[in-house]
Design a protein around this ligand. Structure first.
Ligand SMILES: *Cc1c(COP(=O)(O)O)cnc(C)c1O
Length: 229
């Protein structure tokens, strides 16, 4: 974990956030991108004090990977802080679709027919439409969520025509043991050919590369908050 030159000073959340922002801007400038992606601060499993530090530093976009954990944390914080934008970045079960639509501004993990159908039902019922991203399993890993890359175009089209869902973008989590760049390039290409605006990719270890390869959003947890307890 980064510490500054003043030996004993462990960086605060605000300092880490500023550092991530700076590195992201530098990486994007190097690649000739005029603007940097939005930073989604991944607050899953982090203590409330650290989340509050980020909020006090002006951060407003957050990611959670479990509906239930987010429900226990965010309704209360939203009463104190205006303008919070909450992203669901973990797998969604269809029996949680109702809670997810009610709580999240963006659901990044639409990856199968059953979820698409459940979300369409809830969006109509609640008259609230979160932005939706399709999760693509770019590494075709059997244990990982996400639609296979070769099925992505067909699934995006089914979401639109069969379920009447507006799809805003795509997201991926590349295999941990592979260089991420080919996966980021693949996801960007899927976004472009399907006319999708939002590309969510890159985590603490590789957000700069993701920024250079067309991410509009990077999801950064431990580089901002420190290791998860
Ligand atoms: C936990 C998580 C992240 C953040 O991971 P870090 O390595 O801590 O930055 C990003 N995306 C998803 C989907 C996650 O579950």
């Amino acid at each position: 974990m980064p510490v500054d030159s003043n030996a004993d000073h462990v960086l605060t959340v605000a300092e880490r956030l500023a550092e991530v922002r700076r590195r992201l801007l530098d990486a994007c400038a190097e690649a000739g991108r005029a603007s940097a992606p939005a930073i989604i601060a991944v607050s899953k499993k982090q203590p409330r004090e650290k989340v509050i530090e980020a909020l006090d530093a002006g951060q407003r976009v957050f990611g959670e990977n479990r509906v239930q954990e987010a429900q226990g944390k965010w309704p209360e914080l939203r009463k104190i802080y205006d303008g919070v934008e909450l992203h669901l970045i973990g797998p969604l079960q269809s029996n949680k679709a109702s809670e997810a639509v009610a709580l999240f501004d963006v659901i990044e993990t639409v990856d199968r027919e059953k979820i698409a159908r459940a979300l369409a039902t809830e969006i109509a019922r609640q008259k609230k439409r979160p932005r939706l991203l399709v999760q693509v399993n770019t590494g075709d890993e059997p244990q990982k969520a996400g639609i296979a890359p070769e099925l992505a175009d067909g699934f995006i089209s089914d979401c639109r025509t069969k379920h009447g869902l507006m799809i805003d973008g795509v997201m991926c989590i590349p295999p941990a043991e592979e260089p991420p760049a080919p996966h980021f390039a693949l996801l960007s290409a899927i976004a472009v050919r399907n006319g999708l605006e939002v590309v969510s990719m890159g985590m603490s270890g590789d957000y700069q590369i993701a920024g250079q390869l067309g991410a509009t959003h990077v999801r950064v947890g431990s580089a901002i908050f420190g290791d998860r307890p």
